[in-house]
Design a protein around this ligand. Structure first.
Ligand code: F0G
Length: 453
């Protein structure tokens, strides 16, 4: 059960199917155009959507808004240093700001950033810095149904070959957990091997540690050597294997806004400092208020609580298991921050060109007011100017991202029941075609129309 009880509640909109059909059509069948009023259960993102604890609220009240050298900054730095052991800690307003500053200072034009899988904004920031992003997921990641425990790992053979080859690798970024790759964890053995390879080849090694605590939890459960360790011990060891991290505190900081860049190298830190002051704010607040810094510090302490992590992991697995029983499969083993539904298996009559994942995500909204996002050809496929799919994505998935400490198991049962109702008559679900195709940021800005079979 949840190791907390509810002190403050917020009503959620309960709407009719008619209302949702009208609003979704007005929204151009794009869930990013829906508003809070339209959505009953919001599983679009686990980022900045968590519930604060009473201690975080209290910490916020103690926030010190001194421009330079606030008490809040020193409290935040102490917690961040203890966790990561990095010498230079920079607060930023969210994860992507940390990426922009890091890659801006670190990457030279033409250099490659290598990752198990870059998150989409991370990829965008690599490219904006003149670099090229290359993903090397491990081979086990390709089998959605296997029980391999660490499908978030990087392919070590491919990484070795790349580092020994002629190409200019500027950085290795390990995303823990692997959000683009089904929310799957990375093992400590994999991180240790990456660390050794990077030291050998003198390439900086960074963690994209947005979900560091959830990764650490799964390590304590799935990697024999770490059975009996606390998630905090594992997280600390992981940070110490890398040269630094970018960290969206909107996930495992359990705050509504916040991020951090932290690193060891003093020369690199000097360049980051310049970019930080010019684009985010002075060194002791970055893009954040004192109140935010105090809430982040408290969130970073709470998030590694094994009771909290165990319940969160079990609730996510409960949703995946209920959905599977109702006839909807998802990527296994289930991760922590989300359930990745296998839309292609449920809707074989909808080809990738009619956006299978988007079709399932849309039906979840129409049938139950549940908002979520596809991870399939609409997002990752290659699409021409006329809106036709040229190269499909490798998978047609739908991510149900679970906000932290927000929904109870009965909310999750409602999601599973809605999925079950869809699974009874999957052939009724329509496909989609693009009607407006923006040149960039397609999933956020496009509009679509339904295509009945
Ligand atoms: N890295 C990972 C692995 C992420 O999942 C995200 C954000 C970021 C970096 C960027 O952090 O949003 O604070 O700038 N992921 C959100 C999501 C948006 O829904 O998965 P940010």
């Amino acid at each position: 059960m949840e190791p907390y009880r509810i002190k403050v509640v917020e009503p959620i909109p309960i709407t009719t199917r008619e209302y949702r059909e009208r609003r979704y059509a007005e929204a151009g069948y794009n869930q990013f155009n829906l508003t809070a009023e339209d959505v009953t259960i919001d599983l679009l993102s686990d980022s900045g959507t968590g519930a604060l604890s009473a201690e975080q609220m209290a910490a916020g009240m103690r926030g010190d808004e001194t421009y330079a050298g606030s008490r809040s900054w020193f409290r935040f730095r102490e917690v961040a240093e203890d966790l990561t052991a990095y010498q230079h800690i920079f607060p930023v307003h969210q994860g992507r700001a940390a990426e922009r500053i890091l890659f801006g200072a670190l990457l030279k034009p033409g250099q490659i950033s290598v990752s198990n899988t870059h998150f989409d904004m991370t990829r965008a920031n690599v490219e904006l810095s003149g670099g090229t992003a290359r993903d090397l997921p491990c081979p086990e990641a390709a089998d959605l149904d296997s029980d391999a425990p660490f499908k978030g790992n990087i392919d070590l053979d491919a990484l070795t070959a790349l580092l020994e080859g002629p190409e200019d690798v500027g950085v290795v970024v390990m995303t823990i957990t692997n959000n683009g790759g089904g929310g799957q964890p990375v093992s400590m053995a994999n991180l240790e091997a990456v660390s050794t390879l990077c030291r050998k080849h003198n390439v900086p090694f960074f963690l994209d540690a947005a979900r560091f605590a959830e990764n650490a939890w799964l390590v304590t459960q799935r990697e024999e050597r770490f059975h009996g360790h606390t998630p905090r011990e594992v997280a600390k060891l992981a940070f110490r294997l890398a040269d630094g991290c970018v960290l969206s505190l909107k996930k495992d900081g359990i705050v509504h806004i916040g991020g951090m860049l932290a690193l060891q190298d003093t020369e690199l830190a000097k360049q980051c400092e310049l970019l930080l002051i010019a684009t985010e704010g002075f060194l002791t607040y970055g893009g954040l208020s004192g109140r935010d810094l105090d809430m982040c510090a408290q969130g970073l302490m709470e998030v590694t609580d094994p009771l909290y992590l165990r319940e969160r992991a079990e609730a996510t697995k409960y949703l995946a298991d209920c959905a599977r029983e109702a006839g909807v499969d998802s990527v296994t083993p289930t991760g922590v921050h989300g359930v990745y539904l296998n839309a292609a298996r449920l809707l074989p009559h909808i080809p990738p060109a009619r956006f299978t994942g988007h079709a399932l995500a849309s039906e979840l909204y129409l049938a139950g007011g549940i908002r979520c996002a596809e991870v399939g050809s609409l997002y990752l496929g290659e699409i021409d100017a006329a809106g036709d799919l040229i190269t499909p994505a490798p998978f047609e998935l739908v991510r149900l991202a679970i906000p932290r400490r927000v929904y109870t198991r009965s909310h999750l049962e409602y999601v599973a029941e809605t999925l079950g109702a869809i699974a009874k008559n999957p052939e009724k679900v329509p496909g989609y075609r693009l009607t407006e195709i923006p040149a960039i940021l397609r999933p956020f800005r496009c509009r679509l129309a339904q295509v009945r079979p």
